[in-house]
Design a protein around this ligand. Structure first.
Ligand code: HGY
Ligand code: MN
Ligand code: MN
Length: 408
């Protein structure tokens, strides 16, 4: 028999969390392992303890809040996501998954339900990768995809390492960050795209995710005077970058369903009257087919070399992360679909355009995801929004999916 979560309480909890690390336009800025992120984590841990959970933290700062089941020997059902945000992020990306899992525990408490398997809420460290690349970092070390010692050395743009920040903020836990047997993992998330809203569908039954490649490109030319240097004397990396970025759009357009983004572009010395000596920019490319994704990456690398030889530039082309396409566990997908069905929510299968911690956990545990619509399909912007009704429906489906796997 389906039970319902308390959507009103979840919406209020989301709005309380949103007060921490406010952005300039109503969203949030809680970069991974920043003081704001820590403040949000502390509030979550307070709520989880009040809900009767016992809390532990691992050496990547991942937080696990456990609600015991009848049989402590059974592998737990996990549910969660991330609390870190983009620099100009929204109030729901990641946060909905963590606080939705908290709502599951609160609802199980309200209904006096003791599951057979334990249930654990998880907060993964640094899903966004906006401050410390790569993204999905804490879940990636947990799943054995990244080596912790390597990840510890990764730096933010100020040169601060992951390890330093984990220590400074007291997030370096004592439990080794390593996967353990998990019955199932469910993650509730906004779609971050327009499909569900356009189709007026309440729930996305996520069957998998597209692959992605993150690349750092450095172009080196010759710094010189903006006024005295004739155009054909120049080795101008900004001209090189503009040609590469224009060509990138053509490469992407030649593969339907491909997307490509240049999110960061920095010049040195960044002076109005000096031709830059060097330019750095990032490229995020994605596609649902891994072969096409790797072809796009190769085409981009070729374009960089062609433009650099034409412009007299040197370059460094570094793939900093390559995330394969993902297929979620059929049983978990079926449980999500069945929960939405029996609750009477309109639903459709959907492939995720975004990466999620669930994509990493999927490598070591049966994993499923639940999407709800977001306004205009917008995310990774402070205007990110959804409705209390969608949040409530998502929480209901999450609660019933967790109960189906945990045995209640
Ligand atoms: O980049 C992503 O897809 C995720 O939102 N971090
Ligand atoms: Mn997210
Ligand atoms: Mn995100």
């Amino acid at each position: 028999m389906e039970i319902k979560a308390n959507g009103k309480r979840l919406w209020h909890t989301l709005m309380e969390m949103a007060k921490i690390g406010p952005g300039e336009r109503g969203g949030n800025r809680r970069l991974a392992l920043s003081d704001e992120d820590i403040e949000g984590r502390a509030l979550f841990q307070k709520w989880a303890a009040e809900a009767g959970c016992t809390i532990r933290q691992d050496t990547m700062g991942n937080i696990f809040a456990r609600r015991d089941g009848k049989n402590p020997e059974k592998s737990p059902v996990l549910s969660g996501s991330h609390l870190d945000t983009q620099p100009a992020g929204g109030r729901f990306d990641g946060i909905l998954g963590v606080l939705g899992a908290l709502e599951v525990v609160r609802s199980l408490n309200d209904h006096g339900i003791e599951t057979v398997s334990p249930v654990e809420i998880v907060v993964w460290t640094n899903e966004e990768g906006a401050r410390f690349p790569p993204s999905m970092m804490g879940s990636g070390v947990f799943a054995g995809i990244f080596e912790q010692d390597e990840i510890y050395k990764n730096q933010d743009p100020e040169g601060i390492t992951v390890e330093d920040e984990l220590r400074r903020t007291g997030q370096l836990g004592v439990v080794p960050c390593k996967f353990f047997p998990i019955k199932a993992y469910y993650e509730l998330h906004i779609e971050q795209g327009p499909v569900l809203e356009n189709e007026n569908t309440s729930i996305g039954v996520v069957t998998g995710g597209q692959g992605s490649v993150w690349t750092h490109i450095n172009l080196y030319g010759q710094g010189a005077h903006a006024g005295t240097t004739p155009m054909d004397y120049r080795k101008d990396p900004m001209m090189g970058a503009s040609r590469i970025i224009t060509e990138l759009r053509e490469i992407i357009r030649s593969h339907s369903a491909a997307v490509g983004t240049v999110g960061r572009l920095e010049t040195y010395p960044a002076s109005i009257n000096s031709i830059p000596g060097s330019v750095f920019f990032t490229v995020d490319t994605r596609h649902p087919n891994e072969k096409v994704l790797m072809k796009i990456n190769q085409d981009l690398k070729n374009i960089v070399n062609t433009v650099c030889s034409a412009e007299g530039l040197e370059n460094e082309f570094t793939n900093i992360s390559i995330n394969p396409t993902v297929e979620f566990n059929q049983d978990c997908v079926a449980i999500v679909r069945q929960s939405a069905n029996s609750l009477g929510y309109s639903h459709r299968d959907i492939v995720s355009g975004a990466g999620h911690d669930a994509c990493q956990v999927n490598q070591v545990a049966p994993t499923g995801m639940i999407f709800i619509p977001c306004e205009g399909g917008l995310s990774h912007d402070e205007a990110e929004n959804t409705t209390p009704e969608h949040v409530s429906a998502g929480a209901d489906v999450l609660l019933n999916s967790v109960m189906a796997s945990a045995g209640a």
